[in-house]
Design a protein around this ligand. Structure first.
Ligand SMILES: Cc1cc2nc3c(=O)[nH]c(=O)nc-3n(C[C@H](O)[C@H](O)[C@H](O)COP(=O)(O)OP(=O)(O)OC[C@H]3O[C@@H](n4cnc5c(N)ncnc54)[C@H](O)[C@@H]3O)c2cc1C
Length: 441
């Protein structure tokens, strides 16, 4: 009889892990347990005839997504890739009730009211000594190296938009390790960025026709035999040479078990060695977000670009707005001229749809002068979807990894708290875990 591998959690972390385990550990039978009726986790799509509003992750930088791209290639989906429009390189910050473009050239940089004030701090940064601290918050890092103006106008909205969380609560080493590395290797972020710019081919963004859900659907087809949906795992019991996985569909025995679910999911389960009660999971928090997609058949604004972020000091309800139709023109076959996604903070998660709609339309009217009611409107709620990486997250993660390995090397952590945010990191982590597993056998 073939030995069995169990994977808990069918988001992109679990799906890509199932794909790579199937490839690298062929001798095993693999079972993936997913709580909801569909796999993909936060990745999804809402469809209204030809119109597609994709939810969750929707932009991927070509230069930093090599693992996601190689998965797409392995699945023979290269023809599904769509590239971003050139104008999407322009990004804005909403300051003093105006959209201020982030400069793309040195000339724009010197003459922009937004960045002009930042020049002295940027010059000073080159000469600030690197820290000996092992970790610190993103806010502390930003203020130490760049001062308050840059921290508040650039770091704060970026962190709120990407992680849904206050920059003073997040670890720089765990959430943005490349910035920490730039300081460690070059002594200065600015010096490091100049070096990187020379080395890196700064390509654009990509997505897939129909959104990333197209990738999920392909994985779903290829992993048909492995997936068990509507199958919440409530408890895992240690047995002599493996685990009993208790689910709503009955008990399953597996020889090896991978936990591919976020820390909130781990906390809610009963696990061997009481892993869920370890401070790493027990005290961990995650952040919620609400995304509101709106679409209009006619052109509603003339601003070209990716979208904008809003610094906390502006005291606005919205964290940012993505100009979906200005980034990819061919995501679907519809001829809707304007598609936008508004991102709202955790405080919106329990609000009713009508209240959210009212607030979203108010933002669009004040920020982009859009007065018309949308032709399509959809609220996407993401409860506890974003990992919160507190300071020293990485060392706490190492500790719990060692502890589990010492107790039982058949139980393997594979959740998204192991790496910085983003789909590429999920895929890369899954591939590394599957390869390491094969080498260990
Ligand atoms: C609004 C938003 C926008 C984003 N935008 C981008 C972007 O543009 N680019 C980018 O690269 N990244 C983006 N991200 C981040 C990216 O989406 C995530 O890093 C990634 O999708 C996480 O996948 P995951 O599989 O680890 O977790 P999830 O997608 O959360 O999946 C976890 C799965 O585990 C299942 N589960 C939980 N408990 C149990 C249980 N007890 N039993 C069985 N199953 C269980 C859940 O149902 C779920 O399907 C975004 C995230 C959000 C929320």
């Amino acid at each position: 009889m073939r030995k069995k591998i169990g994977i808990i959690g069918g988001g992109i972390s679990g799906l890509s892990l199932a794909w790579y385990l199937k490839k690298f550990a062929k001798e095993f039978e693999c079972l993936l347990f997913e709580k909801s009726e569909k796999v993909g986790g936060v990745i999804g799509r809402y469809q209204q005839e030809d119109l597609i509003l994709d939810s969750g992750p929707k932009t991927f930088r070509e230069s930093s997504c090599s693992d996601l791209l190689s998965l797409i290639e392995e699945l023979e989906m290269q023809n599904e890739i769509i590239e971003s429009l050139n104008a999407s390189k322009i990004r804005y910050i909403y300051v003093n009730q105006k959209l201020c473009p982030l400069p793309l050239t040195l000339k724009q940089f010197l003459f922009s009211s937004l960045t002009f004030k930042a020049i002295p701090s940027l010059v000073k940064e080159i000469f600030i000594k690197k820290t000996t601290l092992k970790d610190e918050s993103v806010g502390a890092f930003a203020r130490r190296r760049f001062g308050n103006y840059i921290a508040e106008h650039f770091f704060d909205p970026f962190v709120m938009g990407v992680c849904g969380c206050d920059m003073d609560k997040l670890s720089i080493g765990a959430s943005f390790p490349f910035l920490k590395e730039l300081e460690e290797k070059n002594g200065s972020i600015i010096r490091g960025l100049f070096k990187r710019k020379k080395q890196k081919n700064n390509k654009g963004l990509f997505n897939l026709k129909g959104g990333l859900q197209t990738l999920v659907e392909t994985l779903e087809r290829k992993l048909e035999k492995e997936l068990i949906v509507n199958c919440e795992v409530s408890e895992v019991v240690k047995e002599l040479s493996g685990f009993r996985v208790k689910t709503v569909k009955g008990d399953f025995f597996v020889d090896y078990l991978f936990l591919s679910l976020p820390s909130e999911g781990v906390k809610k389960m009963k696990l061997p060695f009481e892993i869920e009660k370890d401070p790493f999971f027990f005290q961990s928090n995650s952040n919620s977000l609400v995304g509101v997609s709106v679409a209009y058949q006619s052109k509603q604004h003339q601003v070209k670009g990716f979208g904008y972020l809003v610094p906390s000091k502006e005291k606005e309800v919205v964290l940012g707005v993505i100009f979906d139709s200005e980034i990819f023109s061919n995501l679907d076959a519809s001829n809707y001229q304007t598609k936008l996604t508004l991102i709202f903070p955790a405080s919106f998660i329990d609000l009713g749809e009508e209240v959210i709609k009212e607030k979203a339309l108010d933002v669009l009217s004040r920020h982009l002068a859009i007065q018309k009611a949308p032709d399509a409107f959809k609220v996407f709620r993401y409860p506890n979807a974003l990992v919160n990486y507190p300071v020293f997250h990485k060392s706490s993660l190492d500790q719990i990894q060692f502890k589990i390995r010492d107790l039982d090397s058949r139980l393997i952590l594979a959740g998204n708290y192991m790496h910085p945010p983003g789909v590429n990191h999920c895929v890369k982590n899954a591939k590394t875990i599957a390869k390491t597993f094969q080498e260990r056998l």
